[in-house]
Design a protein around this ligand. Structure first.
Ligand SMILES: [Zn+2]
Ligand SMILES: [Zn+2]
Length: 325
C-alpha cells in the first residue's frame, strides 16, 4: 500500500527455513482502537484521481489500453503467485533470485511488501471471519473489508512473528521496509519508456484497477458466489472474480485446502496464475508445486461443469452450499 511510514525492522537472521510460522501471534490491534492513516488515505486518493484524470488527459488508444491491461495482469501475477501462493502459503519452491523477482513485482502493485502482505494473510486464514480477522466483512462491513482496513493504523506494521521463515533474507526485509522503492522504479521506467501517457495508463490507472481487483477477494469473495465446501468462514467461489484475479476467485476451494498451488480445481475453474506457474515449472524456474491431494479432490471428480451458471458465478445465487463437490 502507499504508505510512507517506516515499519519497525525485525531481527534479520531469525529463520525457520521451510515451514510457515505455526504459532498464533495473538490478536490484531482492535480497529476501534486505531485511526485512519492520513498519509495512506491521501496517497491512495491521489493515485485514484490521477488514474481517472489520465483518461481525460490522454484519450484511449489501443496501445494505452493494452499497456494498462498488461501492467494490471503482470502485477496481479506478482500478488497472486508471489505474495499469496508463494510467500503466504509456500505452495511451490523457487530460487532466491526468483523469490526476489516475485517480491519486487508484487511490490510494484503498491500494496506494501511481500512479508507484510503474507504475514497478515496468514492471520486471515487462522482467524477467518472471527473477531481477530482484520478484514472480515462480517466485522465492520463491506467497505472496511474492501479498503478501510488497509489504510487503518491497525494494519500498518508487518507482523514479523508470522513470517519468520522469510526474515533471514535481508533483501526481502529491505523491500518491506522501503515499500515505495519498487513502485517508484516501476513508474519511472514507464515514464522513460512512454512518457506521461504510459505513466498515467500503465501506473496510475492500472494500479487503481489492480487495487480493487485485489481487494475484492477480501470483500466480495466473502459475500458473493457459491460455496462448495462448508468451511468455517464465509468464503465463496466466483468465476468473474477468478478472471479478474488470475484464479483467486476460487476462494472457497482455497479456504478449504490452502496449501495447493492451484485454486481452480475443475477444468472450467480458470486459474491463470496456476497456468503461468506450470509454464515456469517447465522452464525450471519454479518447482515442487504442491497439488490438491486426491482425498480432497476425489469428491470433485464427478462434477464436470457448474450445476447452473448462477452456481458457478454466484450472480443469482448469493449462497449455494454443498457439503463437498
Ligand atoms: Zn479469505
Ligand atoms: Zn490464502
Amino acid at each position: 500500500m502507499l504508505l510512507l511510514e517506516t515499519p519497525k525492522t525485525p531481527t534479520v537472521g531469525v529463520a525457520t527455513p521451510t515451514a510457515p510460522a505455526a504459532t498464533d501471534s495473538g490478536p490484531q490491534v482492535a480497529p476501534d482502537k486505531g485511526h485512519y492513516e492520513p498519509t495512506a488515505v491521501a496517497l491512495m486518493a491521489i493515485v485514484h484521481v490521477l488514474g481517472i484524470a489520465g483518461l481525460f488527459l490522454f484519450p484511449a488508444t489501443w496501445p494505452l489500453v493494452a499497456l494498462c491491461i498488461c501492467s494490471y495482469y503482470l502485477r496481479m501475477f506478482g500478488i497472486t503467485a508471489g505474495y499469496h501462493r508463494y510467500f503466504a502459503h509456500r505452495a511451490f519452491h523457487t530460487s532466491r533470485w526468483f523469490q526476489f523477482v516475485l517480491a519486487f513485482l508484487g511490490s510494484t502493485a503498491t500494496q506494501r511488501g511481500a512479508l507484510w502482505w503474507a504475514a497478515h494473510h496468514r492471520d486471515h486464514h487462522r482467524h477467518s471471519d472471527d473477531e481477530r480477522d482484520l478484514h472480515s466483512p462480517l466485522r465492520r462491513g463491506f467497505w472496511w473489508s474492501h479498503i478501510g482496513w488497509i489504510v487503518h493504523s491497525s494494519s500498518t506494521e508487518t507482523r514479523w512473528g508470522n513470517i519468520k521463515d522469510f526474515t533471514k533474507y535481508p533483501e526481502l526485509v529491505w523491500l518491506d521496509n522501503n515499500r515505495l522503492f519498487a513502485p517508484i522504479v516501476y513508474a519511472v521506467a514507464l515514464f522513460l519508456a512512454g512518457g506521461a501517457p504510459a505513466l498515467f495508463w500503465g501506473y496510475f490507472l492500472s494500479t487503481t484497477l489492480l487495487w480493487h481487483g485485489t481487494f475484492v477477494i477480501n470483500s466480495l469473495c466473502h459475500v458473493w458466489g457459491s460455496r462448495r465446501f462448508e468451511t468455517t468462514d464465509t468464503s465463496r467461489n466466483n468465476l468473474w472474480l477468478a478472471l479478474l484475479t488470475l484464479g483467486e476467485g476460487w476462494h472457497n476451494n482455497h479456504h478449504h485446502y490452502q496449501s495447493s498451488v492451484r485454486q481452480g480445481w475443475l477444468w472450467w475453474e480458470v486459474d491463470g496464475a496456476f497456468y503461468a506457474l506450470k509454464g515456469l515449472e517447465k522452464l525450471g524456474i519454479v518447482w515442487k508445486l504442491k497439488d490438491v491431494p486426491e482425498r480432497v479432490l476425489a469428491p470433485c471428480s464427478a462434477v464436470t461443469r457448474p450445476d447452473t451458471p448462477a452456481a458457478a458465478t454466484g450472480v443469482a445465487a448469493a449462497v449455494v452450499v454443498h457439503s463437498g463437490c
